[in-house]
Design a protein around this ligand. Structure first.
Ligand SMILES: NC(=O)c1ccc[n+]([C@@H]2O[C@H](COP(=O)([O-])OP(=O)(O)OC[C@H]3O[C@@H](n4cnc5c(N)ncnc54)[C@H](O)[C@@H]3O)[C@@H](O)[C@H]2O)c1
Length: 439
């Protein structure tokens, strides 16, 4: 019912979108190599891909790669504030089914997921697992407003949806947590590859990509000087550690807040100050969350903060900085720019929240640099090919990217960077495989 081929902000924005996609292409040589092979071999022939990803210039190159492989792609936004509207317009002009725009509300967001699901995808590609968890909620008849919005679009499709699906892949840590939770309850309905956990993704995209782009988001939104600032990074996992190193590189004094003793110790031995959130709240100038957890900065922390602090989140959902507490503590809320909302506290202090607490690198900047997405999206393209070839033998579980694919992406990236890899001699291989030689 009511099916649309696309739903975007403005198809007239396509010129600038095409230019941005072309610009990204220069930095995505590995994906380009895969695209060229796909265009000859057509490994995704007759496959419908339903993707819920940030609609950016890099994603444009992923969906073009999948189409070169023979797939028909339906794409919706994986966050209400991350869509680059000009890129969406270029993709629509290029014949893709795209659903999403910057600033969509919750109802529209789930309706767009509904449009993707109405295509009855054979493969799902997700960033945060909103697409996959929606499929599961529909299948297990778990009612919610979000499910109702989707059902309004897809009608009675329900269980039929799952029959068509060969497998899926997941781009980010938060999505993988959600899928593992489904799997541990024995409820996961089809195999899903945790692209996030591949080495050529999580060692680069999470720390290097988000490390740079989260600070880029803070800087573009505020033009604040990072040097000399007291920056508090909450969460020293893959993403948070990258942010902490880069903030230090820009001259900030960086404090880390962690709940995990190992990661806290890593931060301490890397020379960062490690504190509780209550202590750090009192002195920080800029707070950046990267935990994948809920309400890590909340009422008691806002109450302790200095006047003029900047609050930003780099984690997947807008739940890390408690917006409800901020609202309740405020006497006035001012929108300063598209990216800055100022909460004026009863005592006159002003706390500035960036990008509505959504991922600052996408809400206030352009997301990860293309060169990093080259690896993440090459893994996505090769994982889709792997699913088509192997889905009949894959378990209904969260599975790893095959090591060979992970190594191939890293190897191709090195080659594209003009770097050489040392090769082991036969003697060295034998030595490492043997237990005879010792002291
Ligand atoms: N902005 C982006 O473009 C982008 C890119 C990749 C990942 N992400 C998201 O960033 C988040 C973090 O991903 P990751 O790969 O670093 O995960 P991770 O599991 O490697 O790290 C998360 C860290 O946060 C810590 N933590 C959890 N709760 C905490 C709390 N209350 N206080 C302090 N520390 C706490 C954990 O102990 C862990 O060390 C996820 O939501 C992920 O989806 C965002």
């Amino acid at each position: 019912m009511g099916l649309r081929n696309y739903w975007i902000k403005d198809p007239n924005l396509s010129d600038s979108g095409f230019k941005k996609i072309k610009w990204a292409e220069r930095e995505m040589p590995v994906l380009k190599m895969i695209m060229e092979r796909f265009s000859k071999e057509k490994p995704l022939k007759n496959v419908r891909v339903g993707a819920c990803l940030h609609i950016t210039k890099e994603t444009a190159l992923l969906v073009k790669t999948l189409r070169e492989g023979g797939a028909e792609v339906y794409l919706c936004a994986s966050n209400p504030l991350s869509t680059q509207d000009d890129v969406a317009a270029a993709l629509v002009e290029d014949g893709f089914h795209v659903f999403g725009w910057r600033g969509m509300n919750q109802k529209e967001y789930y309706e767009c997921i509904g449009y993707v699901l109405s295509s009855r995808p054979n493969i799902t590609i997700d960033d945060g697992a909103d697409l996959v968890t929606s499929i599961h909620k529909i299948y297990y008849k778990i009612s919610s407003n979000e499910v109702a919005y989707i059902l309004n679009i897809i009608g009675e499709l329900g269980e039929e949806l799952v029959k068509n699906i060969m497998g899926g892949s997941e781009e980010t840590t938060t999505g993988v947590y959600r899928l593992r939770s489904l799997s541990s309850q024995g409820k996961l309905l089809y195999p899903i590859i945790a692209v996030n956990d591949a080495s050529s993704k999580s060692l680069f995209d999470n720390p290097v990509g988000t490390g740079q782009s989260a600070l880029d988001g803070v800087i573009r939104a505020t033009n604040t000087l990072i040097a000399g600032k007291d920056v508090i990074v909450v969460g020293f996992g893959r993403v948070g550690s990258g942010i902490a190193y880069r903030a230090r590189g820009l001259g900030a004094r960086v404090t880390v807040v962690e709940v995990d003793p190992i990661n806290a110790l890593r931060a301490a031995m890397d020379g960062f100050r490690v504190e509780s959130m209550s202590s750090a709240s009192k002195h920080g100038d800029i707070f950046i969350t990267a935990t994948g957890n809920i309400n890590v900065i909340r009422r008691e922390h806002f109450q302790a903060m200095k006047d003029g602090v900047i609050l930003a989140n780099a984690g997947h959902f807008d739940v890390e900085i408690c917006k409800r507490d901020l609202e309740e503590l405020s006497v006035k809320i001012e929108k300063i720019t598209d990216c800055i909302t100022t909460y004026v506290m009863k005592d006159g202090r002003r706390l500035h929240l960036l990008g509505d607490g959504r991922l600052v690198n996408l809400a206030c900047a352009e997301g990860h640099p293309s060169a990093v997405m080259d690896m993440s999206f090459s893994l996505q393209a090769l994982s889709a090919e792997y699913i088509v070839k192997n889905y009949k033998n894959l378990p209904r579980d969260v599975i790893s990217v095959p090591r060979e694919i992970d190594l191939t992406v890293a190897r191709l990236k090195l080659i594209s960077m003009g770097l050489e890899l040392e090769e082991m001699t036969e003697e060295q291989k034998r030595y490492l495989e043997s237990w005879h030689l010792g002291t």
